[in-house]
Design a protein around this ligand. Sequence first.
Ligand SMILES: [Zn+2]
Length: 282
Amino acid sequence: MTPAFTVLEDWIAVLGRRWPVPRAPKEVSSALGVDLLLGSDASLAAGSSSRHAGGIIDAIRRARAKDGLFLPGPPPTIFLAHPRTADAAEMAPRQRFTWAHELGHYLLWKGTPATTGADYWEEEAACNWFAGEFLAPRALVQEIVGRPSKEWLTAVRRVADACDVSWDVAAGCMTALSGGRIVFLRLSHTSPRDGVERMRVVATSTYHHSGIAVGARAIIADAQFMRTCAALRSSETHLTTMQGNIGGLQTDGCPVLVRRLGPHWVLMVRVASLPAREGKGR
Ligand SMILES: [Zn+2]
């Protein structure tokens, strides 16, 4: 069995040659032989004469929590629901990401239908990686921001707008491109223990398949840093220096971009030394 990442990596090369700048979802979907349906299940139900309607509505009812679905059909179909997000500005990019993620499922199914679902979480991670790489191609990101540097920390919004992806996805792609110089973290607050402030790591760069292992489950930050984080309004970003350490990484005094995202904080840390790589890292 070919690992999902390997299959999708090959697709990235193929699609990148065909569309160096990603095109509209409708155009790409139909060129690749998959139908694309948009809307709520209610509006689909209204148009129940559609050849898709029955099966798709059933599947959506079974999976209400989802933003999108790939259904093998026939015909193979990607369905996109209305994205549920508090941040209105991120809605269109989020739906685009969901589409690219489901396109990854379709391409995996197309190549090796029998193995689809063999390793659910690996396939999910591979499709997330694929979506980021497809929507924000390396060559395009490099063209926008040049070689990895400290200035990248302030260029995330520029990449996000140019590639029509969310801030989060742009940050993840730039992190993967940085070759380990930038570490991406998503954190949530935990109650202080023994009078020491802690933040829990919810996700790291490894989510984006950059092969970087952040060793700790928690970072310990000083009170000033925590106050800075707490004072940010949602979607607001702030460039500061890291006061505290991420286990396994020397980060005290490193430049860091903090962004508040609902109950979480997203951090892009420019590290002084390269972190350890995972065994299966790239
Ligand atoms: Zn998925």
